[in-house]
Design a protein around this ligand. Structure first.
Ligand code: A3P
Length: 297
């Protein structure tokens, strides 16, 4: 409700975006110059982007923990369209990415059709991460509430997701488009939050290989420790709390929100009613042609 949002369409594909993005960023983003040695992390919000960014950056930067601790993730690995999704941000984040030294690390939540056209011709390394939409939407709810100041009910918020009304929605086509691209392009690696939780060692090695890097088991063990939930929660270079919560939210909530929040698979089970779960089960029918996606959620 706080966003002046707009639905951007391209044939059958669409995406809910903020008006500022559409008027100031759309063209520059399409024409953004891409380099072969770029590394992009792309996702629908709340699917484990930050986790994947920290893993990717360290693997690609020779495990430079000193730099990682001194320099916040947002600077090392900027969110390219961030300036276009909030009226409060005056920095042009596309310009910021243009000025990064190479190899550049860039995060985006945009769907395929809104991303730079050169991504599909220059073919840099792209890592896409997704997550069970039930857990993603619960995480998105806390984000909207505590960062953006959403004051509506959970039920209404979940309906916004199911009806493709939230910023970056629809979730389903966002994921399916990338799934299809990853099947046909070796420069696109597709990851699941659930697999990072199940076997981080395995997923770290997958990304290591994808980036053509080679580290010892001891180095991988140390990285897994650095990427553990407890360690990331303590890491001020990554985790953050909003300085002030919107007053109305503060009056209504007892939680102390932090970006690295619960970090579990199945958090929807405690945070959704039976009826809400059943509505999301119906939503999952959108993935009926993609059994591998359904199996991993
Ligand atoms: P929850 O809100 O369910 O806890 P994104 O970075 O895409 O916004 O995703 C944020 C979600 O990833 C949050 O989920 C956050 O807690 C979770 N997350 C971040 N780092 C994590 C880690 N090291 N282990 C498990 N979950 C993590």
């Amino acid at each position: 409700k706080n966003f002046k949002s707009i639905e951007i369409k391209n044939g059958n594909t669409k995406c809910v975006m903020v008006k500022k993005y559409w008027s100031e960023y759309l063209e520059d983003m399409k024409n953004f110059e891409v380099f072969e040695d770029d590394v992009w992390v792309i996702s629908y919000p709340k699917c484990g982007t930050t986790w994947t960014q920290e893993m990717t950056w360290l693997l690609n930067k020779d495990l430079d923990y000193d730099e990682a601790m001194q320099n916040k993730l947002n600077f090392r690995f900027p969110y390219i369209e961030f300036g276009g999704i909030s009226d409060e941000i005056s920095i042009n984040t596309i310009d910021k990415c243009n000025k990064l030294s190479r190899p550049r690390h860039i995060k985006s939540h945009l769907p395929v059709f809104l991303l730079p056209e050169q991504l599909w011709t220059v073919k840099p390394k792209i890592i896409y991460i997704t997550r069970n939409p039930k857990d993603a939407v619960v995480s998105y709810f806390h984000h909207y509430r505590n960062i953006i100041g959403y004051l509506g009910s959970r039920d209404e918020f979940f309906d916004f997701f199911l009806n493709d009304k939230l910023v970056y929605s629809p979730f389903s086509s966002h994921v399916i488009e990338f799934w299809k691209i990853s099947k046909e392009n070796s420069n696109v690696l597709f990851l699941f939050y659930e697999n990072l939780k199940k076997n981080l060692d395995n997923e770290v090695k997958k990304v290591m290989k994808f980036l053509n890097k080679n580290y010892t088991q001891d180095q991988v063990d140390k990285l897994c420790e650095h990427l553990s939930f407890d360690s990331m929660k303590k890491n001020v270079s990554i985790n953050w709390k909003p300085n002030t919560l919107p007053r109305e939210v503060e009056n209504q909530t007892e939680e102390k929100f932090e970006f690295i929040r619960k970090g579990i698979v199945g958090s929807h089970k405690k945070e959704m009613t039976e009826n809400q779960i059943s509505r999301f089960n119906d939503y999952l029918n959108r993935f009926s042609d993609y059994s591998e996606l359904l199996e991993n959620f």
